[in-house]
Design a protein around this ligand. Structure first.
Ligand SMILES: CC(C)(O)[C@@H](O)C(=O)O
Length: 606
């Protein structure tokens, strides 16, 4: 509904409440004078042109998004040409590889800041500059809450990394370098060289890590122009789509096309299917559930399994496959994946609306793969069932397992219980947080062998705090030297989207608030059944009940000792308000605020 009809004012655009409000010329004078002080004229600000925010997520602290500082010029040109005026402003930096203790702590902080900015300033529509992992969901969450017209612009992945003729992918190469170093095959100098080779240009991870995943899903949700997610940052098409995005947001304001019109339940179901087909990150369920909750859409990890598990893997990209971002883009990017899914009858809602005003089906139908090695045909997939499993049992109520990275060697070694090829059992070795893991992983007393299951607890939204990517646990050096490159891992934290290890992640509730992992002890046996989706510690119920009583006692006296104290005000605030991973790790009081730009009119400041 247009702004004037909803609020009974004589202004047509929200920004006119500040700059062109005939009902209050006195306040208009106050609001407009300072925005003219850098050269804008009264005529520009009072001519009914939409004022378009550019939510700038790039900075020197956020190298993955830094190229947005350059792209914003093309966005501005597009906005101007379509008759709008650009207002660029900063969003809180979120850099996964730079922020300690974890960038995930800042997703909700950036969300809060952006909600306040969009609500409290004269902005009619916004370009969200997405990139590194959490920069995408934080901005989509804010756009969902405020619900003014919004369109996302991906910064794009880096160019492919190369080392001695071999593709080196972000993050994924780090796991390999660690293994080579542990096996004494390389020294530190080559280690640095190898890892740095994977980052040859501006842009985010060139693997299907969380960044490419979340940008691809933003496109699948309909919040980007078609093809936007995968264009590498330095390519000319990246600057071209920045310009087109700027033009389009002005039209979206005129059409009053808002996030809640685009990000419907149907759009989320499409995104889940696309995530399976691209081999997307295990961080995606957390973020999509969060965005959905801010729109009032009930999305669960059961939905992820029900809608996504049977979908085939079509994209051969690291860590699930071989290729990198440039290859994905050249093969056709997200539109080619969607086209294959439509062809195979696998996309549930081809009629879902997207940011350009057309449906995802209209945008993508027929745009099939240019390179069948990189993006496979729907009937010749890399893997038949590539989606996530949602495991449950006496260790947790929900944990995600990414099936597309379970290697053949792993299947052979573990999923071979006689008569039960879907189950494996192992002895648990439990670590209380990352420091404990790094201090003890090579301790021979732990007797870690090829049937061990590594467990990390204390890494969740409350425990770490923020829910860190620290469940990337590798076997001890002795096993790596023997060629055992991966052990099954379980954790109440997250794992990098670039990791290829067979892991059970995002376990909720986490140990820090008394989840089942808190009851586990080194030496316990764990059984995982991929068919029944169960994960249980094989300890008699009476014994578990006794451990539960002891834990309750500890919790009553301030909680398990492995939860470190908060170090900053935000750590403490977020700990008090945050939900668990399976509920999106959102701030509990925040989700009730919906459509705030239409529901509320901000009060004047003088
Ligand atoms: C590679 C990183 C930094 O871990 C992240 O981007 C991810 O893919 O999860």
């Amino acid at each position: 509904m247009p702004y004037d009809a909803k609020h009974g004012t004589s202004v047509k655009l929200r920004s006119q409440l500040w700059f062109d409000n005939p009902d209050d010329p006195d306040m208009t004078a106050l609001y407009i004078e300072r925005y003219m002080n850098w050269g804008l004229t009264r005529e520009e600000l009072q001519s009914g042109r939409p004022l378009i925010g550019i939510a700038q997520s790039g900075s020197d602290l956020a190298p993955c998004n830094r190229h947005h500082l350059v792209l914003a010029e093309r966005v501005r040109e597009g906005i101007r040409e379509a008759g709008g005026i650009a207002f660029e402003f900063p969003v809180h930096p979120i850099q996964e590889t730079g922020r300690r203790p974890t960038a995930a702590l800042d997703r909700n902080l950036a969300y809060l800041g952006l909600v306040e900015t969009l609500f409290g300033y004269p902005i009619d529509g916004v370009v969200l500059t997405t990139g590194c992992d959490k920069t995408t969901p934080s901005q989509l969450m804010a756009a969902a809450t405020v619900n003014i017209p919004a369109i996302a612009l991906s910064v794009g992945p880096m160019l492919n990394g190369w080392y001695r003729g071999v593709r080196t992918g972000s993050g994924t190469i780090k796991w390999l370098a660690k293994k080579l170093k542990a096996a004494d095959e390389i020294g530190w100098a080559e280690y640095y060289e190898l890892v740095a080779s994977s980052a040859p240009s501006p842009g985010f991870c060139n693997t299907m890590g969380t960044a490419t995943t979340m940008n691809s899903l933003a496109e699948a949700l309909g919040m980007m122009l078609p093809g936007c997610a995968a264009i590498p940052a330095p390519h000319k098409e990246r600057a071209q789509i920045a310009y087109l995005t700027g033009r389009r947001i002005v039209e979206m304001v005129r059409e009053d096309l808002k996030p809640a019109d685009i990000m419907t339940r149907a759009a989320f179901e499409n995104a889940i299917v696309v995530n399976s087909a691209i081999g997307g990150s295990t961080n995606a369920p957390i973020h999509l559930v969060a965005i959905a909750r801010h729109l009032g859409i009930e999305l669960t990890n059961d939905d992820w399994e029900r809608i996504g598990h049977a979908v085939p893997l079509l994209l051969d990209m690291q860590p699930a496959g071989r290729f990198l971002g440039e290859d994905f883009h050249r093969a056709g990017g997200v539109p080619a994946i969607v086209a294959e899914l439509i062809e195979g009858g696998l996309l549930p809602h081809p009629g879902a609306t997207t940011a350009n005003g057309r449906t995802i089906g209209e945008n993508c139908a027929g745009r099939r793969s240019w390179d069948r090695e990189v993006i496979r045909a729907h009937d010749e997939p890399i893997l038949a069932e590539a989606g996530f499993l949602n495991l449950k049992g006496n260790l947790f109520g929900s944990a995600i397992m990414k099936t597309s990275v379970i290697s053949a060697a792993f299947r052979e070694r573990y999923l071979s219980d006689p008569g039960d090829p879907d189950a494996f059992e192992g002895r648990a070795v439990v670590f209380d947080g990352r420091e404990d893991y790094h201090a003890r992983i090579n301790d021979p007393e732990l007797a870690i062998d090829e049937r061990t299951i590594l467990v990390m607890r204390g890494a969740g939204p409350v425990g770490y705090p923020g829910g860190a990517e620290v469940v990337n646990m590798q076997p001890p050096d002795a096993l790596l030297k023997k060629g055992i490159m991966e052990l099954p891992c379980i954790g109440d934290g997250r794992q990098s989207g670039t990791s290829g290890s067979p892991s059970i992640l995002n376990a909720a509730p986490e140990a820090a608030i008394g989840g089942g992992l808190a009851l586990l002890r080194t030496g316990d046996r764990i059984r995982i059944d991929l068919k029944t989706r169960e994960a249980n510690v094989l300890v008699p119920d009476e014994e578990l009940a006794a451990r539960r009583r002891a834990l309750d006692e500890t919790l009553a006296h301030g909680g398990p000792g492995y939860v470190p104290p908060s170090q900053t005000p935000w750590q403490e605030i977020q700990r008090q308000l945050v939900t668990q991973f399976d509920e999106g790790m959102v701030l509990k009081p925040a989700v009730k605020y919906r459509d705030v730009a239409h529901r509320y009119r901000p009060r004047d400041n003088h």
